[in-house]
Design a protein around this ligand. Structure first.
Ligand SMILES: *[C@@H]1O[C@H](CO)[C@@H](O)[C@H](O)[C@H]1NC(C)=O
Ligand SMILES: *[C@@H]1O[C@H](CO)[C@@H](O)[C@H](O)[C@H]1NC(C)=O
Ligand SMILES: *[C@@H]1O[C@H](CO)[C@@H](O)[C@H](O)[C@H]1NC(C)=O
Ligand SMILES: *[C@@H]1O[C@H](CO)[C@@H](O)[C@H](O)[C@H]1NC(C)=O
Ligand SMILES: *[C@@H]1O[C@H](CO)[C@@H](O)[C@H](O)[C@H]1NC(C)=O
Length: 432
């Protein structure tokens, strides 16, 4: 079996105006290496048209997180809550995008990676409400639309039969899509998945959709894992580079070969109500050396209510349910120094305008302690004048029961999703 090493290169150079100007942005994927971009990176066509200030980008990421948390909570509660954007437009696309090639000959699409979703979907020619870059099925000799009788049609929620095609509608954050269930070859680096099943989007509303589609890395039916069982055995790992790193490269490695041997594991938990999410048992949190006092119900896994803790690649800042967050924050503030003035920035309530020394925070999972250093805990303004604890309480306008370990807290760690052995591994790895 091959080693499926996909290089994540998030170019973060300041003056690249056209995608492909920097060689890092346009270098061809070779062997099993594939580039991945941060959605705000200069290599990303989806970056803001004018550079955001630090405050603006933090607030924007928080706003997206808010919408994502509402989305994840609605998944857990099996309610179709459409998040209400507070006045301005929120693009709720996950933070990391990968280059996938669809069809024969291949058409390149920059798809968002999302560990909390199963399905893949791509905007197709003729789509009403999609952005300009779409996949053209007519130009692919291997494309086909699946019929209502196809076995895969039974795995789609509420399929309908339109002119013989298996069609479905779904909501994603504040958006909804209408798609035909379709199949085509998908090439990831040099690995070809011959008949990959995905949604070919024909209509979209709202502003939450990743512009060139979504690649779900969840573990439910129709996911990449389910469809590449022979190739990748439901195993992958990634190292997300810090988004402040200039070189911004890391890796996504698909398949069991070449995965780290020295890594700590915690069991993955299954929630039948939400089979795609990667739940784990977080049972305590330490700030410095002190295990803080959190009511056990705030952390307990409960498949019925959806309560518990998940790892998610698409949320930026870790969210804890209020009693857990408050306990962590209070001890954090105590360690930093009682006498320092605490300010707030958007959803962050623990910010300082003088340099601070942060205590470590340790998430205590079954069988695995993960101790986060300062870099995973603090966000600094460019001028260095403001430093915030980069975590928050779950949004209070949804009845959230979910703790989410988000991508800022995962950066510079290798996260190994070993689904066959039902475990998730975490090890420090510098991939800046
Ligand atoms: C699906 O969405 C399309 C386009 O928005 C709409 O015309 C259609 O009625 C929807 N179908 C169902 C079953 O909701
Ligand atoms: C969806 O399927 C219908 C029926 O086959 C077809 O008319 C339509 O063009 C398809 N749309 C897309 C975007 O594939
Ligand atoms: C960026 O990468 C280049 C080589 O690709 C290396 O020489 C340089 O030290 C790196 N810079 C940082 C800040 O890591
Ligand atoms: C806090 O300030 C008080 C009075 O200004 C001082 O006596 C005390 O030592 C300070 N405590 C810390 C931990 O710096
Ligand atoms: C986690 O840390 C605690 C100390 O706070 C220790 O007692 C426990 O054995 C550690 N767990 C593992 C799995 O290393």
């Amino acid at each position: 079996m091959k080693t499926h090493l996909i290089l994540v290169t998030l170019c973060f150079f300041s003056v690249v105006h056209v995608q492909g100007v920097d060689p890092k942005c346009s270098s061809q994927d070779q062997d099993s290496n594939l580039q991945v971009f941060h959605v705000f990176s200069p290599c990303s066509p989806f970056r803001p048209s004018k550079p955001l200030s630090w405050d603006e980008s933090v607030l924007q990421m928080q706003a997206k997180d808010q919408a994502r948390l509402q989305f994840l909570s609605s998944l857990v509660a099996r309610k179709s809550v459409v998040p209400i954007a507070s006045g301005r437009q929120i693009i709720q696309s996950p933070t990391y995008i990968v280059r996938a090639k669809i069809g024969t000959p291949p058409q390149t699409m920059l798809m968002a990676m999302d560990t909390s979703n199963d399905a893949a979907w791509i905007p197709c020619t003729g789509c009403v409400g999609c952005s300009s870059s779409v996949f053209a099925p007519v130009k692919s000799t291997t494309f086909k639309t699946l019929g209502c009788q196809a076995a895969q049609c039974k795995q789609v929620p509420n399929p309908t039969c339109g002119d013989g095609a298996c069609a479905f509608n779904l909501t994603y954050g504040g958006s909804s899509i209408a798609a035909n269930l379709s199949q085509d070859a998908v090439t990831l680096a040099t690995d070809v998945v011959p008949a990959y099943t995905f949604g070919c989007i024909k209509a979209a509303t709202g502003s939450s959709l990743p512009p060139q589609g979504l690649l779900g890395l969840g573990r439910g039916p129709l996911s990449l894992l389910a469809q590449t069982q022979n190739l990748y055995s439901s195993t992958f790992s990634y190292c997300l580079p810090s988004f402040k790193s200039l070189n911004f490269s890391g890796s996504l490695r698909l398949g069991p070969v070449g995965q780290p041997k020295r890594i700590k594991y915690t069991p993955l938990l299954k929630n039948p109500r939400r089979s795609s999410l990667y739940y784990v048992n977080l049972f305590a949190i330490r700030v410095g050396r002190k295990v803080v006092d959190i009511p056990s119900t705030a952390l307990a896994f409960n498949p019925t209510t959806g309560a518990g803790t998940i790892f998610d690649s698409g949320t930026v800042f870790t969210r804890l349910v209020t009693p857990a967050y408050t306990a962590v924050r209070d001890e954090f503030r105590r360690r930093v120094g009682r006498n320092l003035t605490v300010t707030s920035l958007g959803g962050f309530d623990t910010c300082y305008t003088v340099p601070i020394v942060s205590p470590t925070i340790t998430f205590m999972f079954s069988g695995m302690n993960v101790t986060l250093p300062q870099d995973n805990l603090l966000i600094h303004s460019t001028s260095g004048s403001t430093t915030c604890l980069a975590m928050a309480a779950a949004p209070d306008n949804v009845n959230s029961v979910l703790n989410v370990i988000a991508n800022m807290q995962q950066q510079n760690h290798r996260l190994l999703y070993d689904v066959p052995n039902s475990r998730l591994g975490v090890a420090r790895e510098l991939c800046t």
